[in-house]
Design a protein around this ligand. Structure first.
Ligand SMILES: [Mn+2]
Length: 338
């Protein structure tokens, strides 16, 4: 971070601070905002986290998670909190368009903004710590606290939040950007008392029977295209209603396609429950760049191996468009080395 000393100076006086994760916050978004807010509170700041919309139950066990303001439920209250903020942290995203109307409130605010994030092509903010090589914003929050000279302030609660973000964003320590430094951070979190079995249990083993049935349905829809080393799945609105699908229930389904021998590209198409569009998740292995693919063809983006997008066509047309695109990428997909 270029002007880190200036930010450090800013943080030396107690302030009203608002922290914001991206829309549809995941483990890294919630983990990083909670870890940072617990840390800043220890420095004497008054912190509020404002999420654009609600997040799944399997992230609500973390200390402070239930106090997070949800803009879609309490817009007036959240807007006022942003108006009153003297400093704003933007974590795990780098582009105002990812936070819906919270972005409008943010743009109206003239206070300094600090962005900490690992996605590509960040917008410009007053203070920026951007590193696309790190696997999780939570690892960056750890690095930030270390740079502040405050590792001793990382207690078990903060360590749990950081671990949760790293664990979920690295796919349990198996995605490519997981590095020695990631494991060193995690080793230090162990020293601070985290219980990994408890965290794993809280995040992964709290599924409803309906979620597993929904997974069964999604796997049933799987289309394998060995020629393209690609698998895709889909889920309609009716199917989600049938199993009373909750927010977060479809998280991780897309990864199953990458479990097929020699496959490098997996996609899931999910019809939005309220609005007429298709939400798409892309996952890949090796150097097949789904960030690029999502940006170019489906109004989305993300990372090289994990990205999201959307389509305003109906399900059938969206899948048709996708299949046509695959032919263009056939060679590129063939060449991916594992
Ligand atoms: Mn992240």
């Amino acid at each position: 971070m270029e002007n880190f000393q200036e930010l450090k100076q800013l943080l030396s006086q107690p302030k009203k601070i608002v922290l914001i994760p991206h829309r549809n916050p995941d483990g890294d978004a919630i983990g990083s905002t909670l870890a940072m807010s617990h840390y800043l509170a220890k420095l004497g700041h008054e912190c509020e986290i404002i999420a654009p919309n609600d997040f799944p139950k399997f992230l609500k066990w973390m200390e402070g998670a239930r106090k997070i303001g949800i803009a879609e439920y309490n817009p007036a209250k959240c807007r006022i909190q942003i108006e009153k903020a003297e400093l704003i942290f933007i974590l795990d995203f780098n582009n105002i368009s990812r936070i819906d109307e919270v972005g409008d409130w943010l743009q109206r605010s003239t206070v300094p903004k600090v962005m900490i994030d690992h996605h590509q092509d960040p917008d410009q903010f007053d203070y920026m710590y951007s590193d696309v090589n790190l696997p999780a914003t939570c690892q960056m929050v750890y690095n930030f606290i270390e740079a502040m000279g405050h590792l001793d302030l990382i207690d078990k609660t903060i360590a749990e939040c950081i671990y949760t973000g790293i664990m979920t964003d690295t796919g349990n320590f198996r995605f490519r950007n997981t590095s020695a430094s990631t494991h060193r951070v995690v080793a230090d979190l162990f020293d601070r008392g985290i219980e990994v079995d408890k965290i794993y249990n809280n995040v992964f083993d709290t599924q409803s029977p309906n979620r597993l049935k929904l997974l069964g349905l999604v796997l049933e829809s799987l289309q394998a295209m060995p020629e393209h080393r690609t698998a895709y799945m889909h889920l309609t609105r009716e199917e989600q209603l049938e199993f009373s699908s909750q927010k977060g229930d479809t998280e991780g389904f897309v990864n199953y396609g990458l479990g097929i021998n020699n496959f490098v590209f997996s996609v899931i198409f999910i019809e939005d429950q309220q609005h007429d569009f298709i939400k798409i998740s892309f996952r890949s292995k090796g150097n097949f760049d789904v960030n690029n693919f999502a940006r170019k063809h489906f109004n989305g983006g993300g990372h090289i191996n994990a990205a999201g997008g959307r389509s305003d066509l109906n399900m059938e047309e969206t899948i048709q468009k996708f299949r046509e695109l695959l032919d263009i990428y056939k060679e590129e997909l063939e060449e991916v080395t594992l």
